[in-house]
Design a protein around this ligand. Structure first.
Ligand SMILES: [Fe+2]
Ligand SMILES: [Fe+2]
Length: 206
């Protein structure tokens, strides 16, 4: 390996580390007294990338931190209420903007239709789980158990996006598309988040 390649690799790792630290710090700003134990994150080449995929991973890392922080809260505390509301709005706005900016285009290419379909179907499942949790008593002991189910589902979703669907999408997109998607995502995420509401609806049994 050339010195240049080694230096390039180092710079990339540094950018990835910084991107993750910044994303976690944004979540922690909402409840500075809580720890965000997100642990090690699954490997992805997109973390710290200046394009749309790096931007999406930045959101994912913030979501990982929010999920970990909610697990540190107890009962119907103001912190749990505030963080859960933020999580719902973040996840809804992220999913909607990701569909509008990325998956709608990826869906139109027969080579990647299944990747987009998979991600969108999981968005619906996650949305149902969020509405179900919102409809239940946060103070009950079962709430955190149900929340752990949502956390597993969401962590699975974003790991698959980062390691499978984003990889397939990038292979089939032109650099100009990716730049355009980055702008669309930023604009749509902001608008979707401002309009996002916490829906309460029991959807799951038991
Ligand atoms: Fe997604
Ligand atoms: Fe995502």
């Amino acid at each position: 390996m050339t010195t240049q390649a080694i230096e390039g690799g180092k710079a990339k790792r540094k950018a990835a580390k910084q991107a993750k630290t910044d994303a976690v710090a944004r979540a922690m700003a909402l409840a500075p007294d809580l720890a965000a134990r997100i642990g090690s994150t699954p490997k992805t080449k997109f973390r710290g990338d200046p394009g749309v995929f790096g931007r999406l991973v930045e959101d994912h890392d913030k979501h990982r931190a929010l999920l970990a922080m909610i697990e540190e809260t107890a009962g119907k505390s103001p912190e749990r209420q505030r963080l859960f509301e933020e999580l719902v709005k973040e996840l809804k706005a992220h999913a909607a903007a990701e569909e509008q900016a990325l998956w709608s285009t990826v869906l139109r290419d027969p080579e990647t239709t299944d990747d987009a379909r998979h991600a969108i179907a999981e968005h619906k499942e996650i949305d149902d789980m969020l509405a179900d949790l919102a409809a239940r008593d946060m103070a009950s002991p079962g709430w955190l158990r149900r929340f752990a189910g949502l956390k597993d589902e969401y962590l699975h979703h974003i790991r698959e996006e980062e390691q499978e669907q984003f990889v397939a999408a990038q292979d089939h997109l032109q650099p100009a598309d990716v730049r355009y998607m980055h702008r669309v995502f930023n604009r749509r995420k902001k608008e979707e988040k401002a309009a996002a509401k916490v829906e309460k609806k029991l959807k799951l049994k038991g």
